[in-house]
Ligand binder design. Structure first.
Ligand code: CAA
Length: 368
């Protein structure tokens, strides 16, 4: 980000501190929302999961087709059974949360089944735009079951929706349009609204939470929301929440915005980087999707949750190869769009699932 800032004639500290981002994931043209999703899920699914999954919800605002769902491609690539439901969900960065809540309802009715929920996106605002330093990409996959290994979702949830134009992407566009400052303010308004409502509804207060997690379009945005949440408590008590926040933004600082996956990468970051968490702790999660939808909900950390963490995220992120600003711009401009035919060279893409091109408008995927 510091190198990008220099090329854009900005002070590096604007990106590093003002925006709160150290690195930005640059997604090669051989990856799209489908392959990112399949690669994420492939690393966590056991044979037992594959046997029990009968619902696959892929949340994305980077979908590759206006009709066919990414979940149809992903389920086939992962070798899941055919007697399942597959669906793509869209409501900007919020949709993975909708997926979790819908999956929770499905599992309540069918406790012997499991559901796979994936948030997968590539955040694109355009070269040399104010949104550029808040780009990024990636996917997070989660299994929802009646016997959770990591986090047990609690019943209460507070949600709020309003038709506004803070961020959107017309069907013909490959880059998002955004009213940046407005979007940042609406995000905070929605947070205050649902966090307040959640406390009214449940009788819980901030003290009942060990940490608060946020959708992180860029990590400074979550910091601003946390400051609002702790403004009426003793500063020494607030320190604990800021410390957990640092653990929760570690990975997001290194990837940029994952859109639908952002909140859940932050959850993973907290779980893998905080030394203070214990089984029984309550975590509060704030999900925000422009347009706009907000939701605040909570979960309880499960006994032995640490045993279920792979702790591979840092090595995965460290394996990435740095590209120069010129290379990044070239990659940015070579994304597959509305072409009929094109073959992509996948030799330098180390991922298991890759996009090899498009034939007669049909995307071609391969498991390496
Ligand atoms: N050292 C330290 N800090 C510096 C600095 C320096 N040298 N120079 C500037 N800064 C600070 C500024 O003071 C500012 O801090 P505050 O926000 O605390 O005031 C911060 O850096 C950013 O500076 P600007 O406001 O001048 O930056 P900008 O106008 O160029 O753009 C942005 C910032 C509006 C966030 C823009 O990047 C953008 O539009 N991003 C995309 C929209 C977005 O992510 N919105 C978030 C809410 S919407 C959502 O959450 C859904 C989603 O995922 C998109």
């Amino acid at each position: 980000m510091a190198k990008l800032a220099k090329k854009r004639n900005e002070d590096p500290n604007k990106y590093l501190i003002g925006i709160g981002q150290e690195k930005m994931a640059v997604i090669p043209p051989t990856q799209d929302a489908v392959t990112l999703a399949a690669n994420a899920a492939d690393t966590i699914l056991t044979e037992e999961d594959k046997e029990k999954i009968d619902l696959v919800l892929v949340a994305t605002e980077s979908g590759v087709d206006n009709s066919k769902s990414s979940a149809a491609y992903v389920s086939e690539l992962l070798g899941l059974k055919h007697n399942i439901r597959t669906l793509e969900l869209k409501q900007a960065c919020y949709a993975a949360t909708a997926g979790i809540q819908l999956a929770k309802g499905h599992i309540s009715l069918n406790p012997h089944k499991k559901a796979l929920v994936i948030g997968t996106d590539i955040a694109r605002y355009g070269l040399k735009t104010p949104g550029e330093p808040t780009q990024g990409g990636g996917a997070v996959a989660m299994v929802i079951s009646a016997d959770p290994a990591v986090l047990a979702l609690e019943d209460a949830s507070s949600y709020y929706a309003k038709d506004i134009m803070d961020f959107w992407r017309p069907l013909s566009q490959t880059e998002a349009m955004v009213d940046g400052k407005y979007s940042a303010n609406v995000y905070l308004e929605f947070f205050e609204q649902v966090f307040h409502d959640f406390q009214e509804q449940t009788g819980l207060t901030l003290r009942d939470f060990t940490a608060l997690l946020f959708h992180l379009p860029y990590t400074k945005q979550g910091l601003k929301a946390l400051r609002l949440a702790v403004e009426n408590i003793d500063p020494t008590q607030a320190t604990k929440y800021f410390n957990e926040f640092e653990a929760s933004r570690k990975y997001n600082k290194l990837t940029g915005n994952l859109y639908t996956g952002s909140l859940y990468l932050s959850l993973l970051s907290l779980l893998e980087n905080s030394d203070n968490l214990q089984a029984g702790d309550r975590l509060g999660l704030f999900s925000y999707g422009s347009g706009a939808q907000g939701e605040f909900f909570s979960g309880i950390l499960q006994e032995n949750y640490r045993q279920h963490l792979t702790n591979k995220t840092t090595s995965l992120l460290n394996k990435r190869q740095e590209v120069s600003v010129a290379e990044y711009e070239k990659l940015f401009n070579s994304v597959l769009t509305n072409e009929k035919n094109r073959t992509l060279d996948t030799t330098s893409d180390p991922a298991t699932y890759v996009l090899t091109g498009i034939k007669d408008f049909k995307r071609q995927y391969q498991k390496k």
